[in-house]
Design a protein around this ligand. Structure first.
Ligand code: GLY
Ligand code: MN
Ligand code: MN
Length: 551
């Protein structure tokens, strides 16, 4: 047995005179002298005015706020942009505001971290003049919007030169309060006034205070603290609960519960999500731009396929080609690009993208450009690496395309959102039956107790699309999956078939083939428009398009 020498206090180094929490500044060599501080903060020309104009989205955003206002009379609504988020240690992700904030302010800038939009309740008719009935100046909104902003620090502050997260020396100048107001058409105030502004008149018999949760924990904590101080518990904020010995009818109680629910954060989160179910004209225009940029990105990828074939991580060539295009032509990608060759295409969200792209295989590209206004496309094509589909690849591809076409035929006003999926599934089940792959009939498989066909397509056929790739995710089921399709809705149609390389339930010829075809659909008054129709879908058109780009 070895005799390890015990470590005694006498044999260890004395502790260093620096708290661990301060070690992050180890690499800093910033001078601390008064001479430096005086010099670095002096002799700057007056700040040039930013070239700020009212955003084109501003009147649309005002109309959206007016619609939200109608749902929450008497409640103060807090919609944070969100903070910078740490990627690792002291480096942040590039800032992107919460989608509800972007939607209600019409902004998509990277200068908004910590900004908070507040809709203050006012006497009906005295609020913002935007929105339905507002353009005539009548001002029907019962809320007045204010943006609480962290404005640009003056040049004689430490923030100016020393703050790596917010300082002008480090990340550039932010807009002034006037700039923000000009751009958005919304009154802009210093964020220091947020607490008092939120707390005003809040109470059980006064103003309810609701926050869009999930955007900014610090703002949520502030709201919670104000509610606690005001005697509100933060969830119901209303005496809507049933009092045991009170004589109320079921209908009265339900109405009270409905009113109580309207005074919860959950109701606000739901409302800002549902507000985006039907896109306005400006949003549709942004979606068209996003789709056009995305289609151009797909062409770039096809031009670069020879390079992908020659690289050990060809999928990364596909990914980075598209992502570079997205960054050049828009804000970024709207979600992580899926660049999946061969069997990887059978992994639905394959974003590791570290595989080879091999001749004879398919490559599935699921990608979308998020334009500067933050609207994103979501498009998938499954391409033959060599430019031509094999017989079995074409068979699977055509089945998926037929399923998509059936879904398009169902995606019309008045139909239910779930009908779109059902139409696609009928085709998928029929083809699988035809090929002898289903252990039961297509009819049995389509019944709720069957569903065997879903082994090869476990995802849904459609989701709403807009500021978020999976937009309107907090909408009520009644308005989403069980909802009725309306003109102005934008969603995907994206059936697929995925036969994994080790799937013993299918013959060998199918194994390792994954196909998805995804298009973005705008519902119109009398049907729909495939926004991504300019990107070839039919196998022969895909082949011809690829050939044209390689010539
Ligand atoms: N790109 C993710 C999806 O299609 O839903
Ligand atoms: Mn999608
Ligand atoms: Mn997709």
């Amino acid at each position: 047995m070895t005799d390890a020498t015990p470590v005694t206090p006498e044999t260890t180094e004395p502790p260093v005179d620096q708290d661990v929490s301060e070690r992050g500044s180890n690499r800093s060599q910033r001078p601390e002298s008064d001479a430096f501080k005086a010099f670095v903060t002096s002799s700057w020309a007056p700040r040039a005015a930013l070239d700020v104009e009212p955003a084109r989205a501003a009147p649309f955003a005002a109309a959206r706020r007016a619609m939200l206002s109608e749902r929450f009379p008497g409640a103060r609504l807090v919609i944070p942009a969100g903070p910078l988020r740490v990627r690792s240690n002291d480096t942040d992700y590039r800032f992107r505001p919460h989608s509800a904030f972007a939607h209600l302010t019409g902004t998509g800038w990277d200068t908004d971290p910590d900004t908070v939009l507040v809709l203050h309740p006012v006497e009906p008719g005295t609020g913002d003049s935007g929105g339905r009935g507002g353009e005539d100046g009548s001002g029907r909104s019962a809320h007045r919007a204010v943006l609480y902003v962290r404005p640009l620090a003056a040049r004689d502050t430490e923030e100016f030169y020393a703050d790596a997260r917010y300082g002008e020396f480090w990340v550039g100048a932010r807009p002034s309060l006037d700039d923000v107001a000009t751009r958005t058409g919304i009154d802009a105030r210093h964020v220091d006034g947020l607490r008092d502004a939120l707390a005003k008149d809040v109470g059980a018999d006064g103003v309810a205070l609701l926050v869009v949760t999930g955007a900014d924990e610090a703002v949520e904590d502030l709201v919670d603290a104000i509610r606690a101080e005001s005697g509100l518990d933060g969830t119901t904020q209303d005496a809507g609960a049933r009092v045991e010995d009170e004589q109320v009818t079921e209908a009265q109680w339900l109405e009270r519960a409905r009113i109580a629910y309207q005074r919860t954060d959950a109701a606000l989160v739901e409302a800002v999500s549902e507000l985006r179910l039907v896109k306005d004209a400006h949003e549709v225009e942004q979606m068209r731009d996003a789709v056009a940029a995305t289609i151009a990105g797909f062409s770039e990828v096809v031009r670069n396929l020879p390079r992908a074939l020659g690289h050990r991580r060809g999928e990364r060539v596909v990914e980075t080609t598209f992502d570079a295009h997205a960054r050049l032509e828009g804000n970024a990608v709207g979600y992580e690009t899926i660049a999946a060759a061969g069997d990887h295409a059978t992994t639905l969200h394959w974003i590791r993208n570290d595989g080879a792209v091999r001749p004879g295989e398919l490559v599935l590209l699921d990608a979308g450009v998020e334009v500067d206004s933050l609207y994103t496309a979501d498009v998938t094509r499954t391409l033959p690496v060599d430019g031509e589909y094999t017989d079995v690849q074409r068979r699977v591809y055509q089945a998926v395309l037929d399923a998509a076409d059936a879904a398009f035929a169902a995606a019309v006003p008045g139909a239910r959102f779930r009908d779109v999926h059902a139409a696609a599934m009928e085709v998928v089940a029929a083809r699988l039956e035809e090929w002898g792959l289903l252990p039961v009939s297509a009819e049995e498989s389509l019944s709720p107790d069957g569903q065997q066909h879903r082994r090869w397509m476990v995802h849904g056929t459609s989701h709403h699309l807009g500021l978020d790739v999976h937009d309107c995710a907090q909408a009520r089921r009644d308005l989403y999956v069980d909802g009725v399709i309306e003109p102005g809705m934008v969603f995907t149609i994206e059936p697929g078939l995925y036969f994994k390389a080790d799937d013993l339930a299918v013959p060998a010829e199918y194994r390792g083939i994954g196909v998805r075809i995804e298009d973005d659909v705008l519902v119109t008054a009398d049907g729909n428009e495939n926004l991504s129709a300019a990107l070839p879908r039919r196998p022969e058109d895909v082949e011809a398009w690829m050939a044209s780009l390689r010539d």
